[in-house]
Design a protein. Structure first.
Length: 131
């Protein structure tokens, strides 16, 4: 009987340690990141309006904007523009991080243009955690 009570107390203690030591801190961190993601989206929407203020909102050549809060870097990134001219902006500082000007019809056989596009795509994958 004493062994059963001992194991029950051990299990209860481990449960309390898990709940307060791991579960609650993880949940709080996830809630904070969710708030930062929502803030990032709002900032990104404002940047998208600024970047595309002279473009018809229904234009076919307008890229669908992307917003991403990178928890490792603790930064918010916006990516958007028009077909052939993309830009990545740090939404917190409003500074341009990278850009790409690529005409798929003209630049497809230009090795330098292709290399620049590859570099841009790698930068975007790193910032948007898509590596």
């Amino acid at each position: 009987m004493k062994k059963i009570i001992f194991f029950a107390v051990i299990i209860a203690c481990l449960s309390v340690i898990y709940y307060f030591g791991l579960f609650l801190p993880t949940q709080a961190k996830q809630e904070q990141e969710h708030k930062l993601q929502i803030e990032c989206k709002k900032l990104g929407e404002q940047i998208d309006k600024d970047v595309n203020r002279n473009i018809d909102p229904d234009a076919v050549y307008k890229l669908t904007p992307e917003y991403y809060f990178n928890p490792k870097l603790k930064k918010c990134f916006y990516c958007g523009g028009i077909v052939g001219a993309e830009v990545i902006i740090d939404a917190y500082t409003n500074k341009e991080i990278a850009d790409s000007f690529f005409d798929s019809k003209r630049d497809w056989h230009d090795n330098q243009a292709l290399q620049q596009r590859r570099i841009y795509d790698m930068q975007k994958a790193k910032l948007f955690d898509k590596e």
